[in-house]
Design a protein around this ligand. Structure first.
Ligand SMILES: [Zn+2]
Length: 398
């Protein structure tokens, strides 16, 4: 029997294609910078920042994260934008936001009965490190698809922040995209999506707060399917805003004048009456009695729990740098409040002290990326050359 085996182009063409795709995926890594991260600090000072001081506010219900049909139905979203918009309005949301991947949806733009927030979900990397710019003026396409060190994560935040009014890091624990310890260093973002129907990220939040970084909470459904259990009206954010303008919403979110809620059908089931600080004591009052009010301080440690009450007060001790409150209204509904924290001059100082660029390390890093890219181009050139020489080689095996 005579077998004729042709060593033809496909294998090498496939290899060249894979290497070229790798070359393209690595290209964005040229952009990254290497930083000198500051040593960890904590909230300090004799004054206490209370995000709930504003009293002349209206209370708005918001979901900033939902997906619809998009990109030819290639992405995960099972309804039209109109269906998602109207379902959230039906549940009483003032801010029913659609956040498709790298696409700013305009469905609610001309609906005067709801508040329109231009936004999209950023990120197509393998570890699902996603960001959400609220009040987005343009779409950022840059991403680091594979490996991301702390430097890449910080660069991404620095790169997206100028293109929006409020920058959120979405579901940080999802797919282990971020380590909780990352948040003792990362800066230049405003909100952390601590609550999301896929994952909650309390260790990540407490890591930031324990390092004196005033990340504020946002709670979102991340809806893909309106009919799936726990994907619509399960996680939402209540915002105290001066009026119904987007700028007022952005300002309140950044100052922490908002809280996250976990529940069913977006029903609050109670009302936060007041959060006050007097004579070095923190007090939280609800309209009616709740199952429990829990106070949590550094590293997520529960400091004290009060049961079957509508009011709780604890002293603010010398070693307390921040305290956040969780209100377990009943067996299904929980409120997650933003922290009160210590400060001296500006409560948001630690947030604006960004890591500085290390120019030497950045140069060396970019040189390394250049070397890798040149090596890949070299391999492609060698493969092309060998194809040209051999063209089609027939091997006859008897
Ligand atoms: Zn996401």
């Amino acid at each position: 029997m005579k077998i004729v085996k042709k060593l033809i182009y496909p294998t090498k063409i496939f290899a060249i294609s894979v290497i070229f795709l790798l070359f393209l995926a690595i290209l964005p890594y040229f952009h990254a910078e290497m930083y000198d991260f500051r040593p960890n600090s904590t909230f300090s000072g004799t004054s206490w920042f209370n995000p709930y001081l504003a009293k002349d506010s209206i209370l708005l219900k918001a979901n900033f994260h939902s997906h619809t049909f998009a990109w030819g139905k290639l992405t995960n979203g099972h309804h039209t934008p109109e269906e998602v918009h109207s379902q959230f309005k039906h549940l009483g949301y003032d801010i029913p936001t659609i956040s498709n991947y790298h696409q700013i949806d305009t469905t609610g733009k001309h609906d005067t009965s709801s508040i329109y927030i231009p936004t999209y979900e950023h990120g197509y990397n393998v570890k699902k490190r996603h960001h959400q710019p609220l009040g987005a003026s343009s779409i950022v396409w840059l991403d680091f698809v594979f490996l991301q060190t702390l430097h890449h994560k910080q660069y991404m935040l620095n790169h997206i922040a100028p293109t929006c009014s409020v920058l959120t890091i979405n579901h940080p624990s999802f797919s282990n995209g971020f380590d909780a310890s990352d948040f003792s260093q990362l800066k230049n973002y405003d909100l952390m999506e601590v609550l999301n129907h896929y994952r909650t990220s309390f260790p990540h939040w407490d890591s930031a707060l324990s390092a004196g970084i005033s990340a504020m909470i946002v709670s979102n459904d991340d809806t893909k399917h309106l009919d799936a259990k726990g994907q619509c009206g399960a996680y939402w954010t209540m915002i105290y805003a001066k009026d119904r303008s987007p700028s007022s919403v952005y300002s309140s979110l950044k100052k922490g004048n908002a809280y996250g809620v976990r529940g069913i059908d977006a029903k609050n089931g109670n009302k936060l009456e007041a959060v006050s600080i007097n004579n070095d004591s923190l007090s939280v009052s609800m309209k009616t009695s709740v199952d429990s009010i829990r106070f949590i301080h550094q590293h997520g440690i529960v400091k004290e729990v009060f049961s079957n009450t509508n009011h709780a007060t604890i002293p603010l001790l010398k070693n307390d740098t921040y305290i956040r409150t969780e209100v377990y209204v009943d067996s299904v509904t929980t409120y997650f409040l933003n922290p009160v924290f210590r400060y001296s001059n500006n409560p948001f100082t630690t947030k604006i002290q960004l890591p500085t660029i290390n120019t030497v390390n950045t140069f060396l890093y970019r040189a390394l990326i250049a070397a890798i890219e040149l090596a890949l181009l070299g391999v492609i050139a060698v493969l092309f050359q060998s194809m040209r020489k051999k063209k089609v080689e027939k091997v006859t095996v008897e």
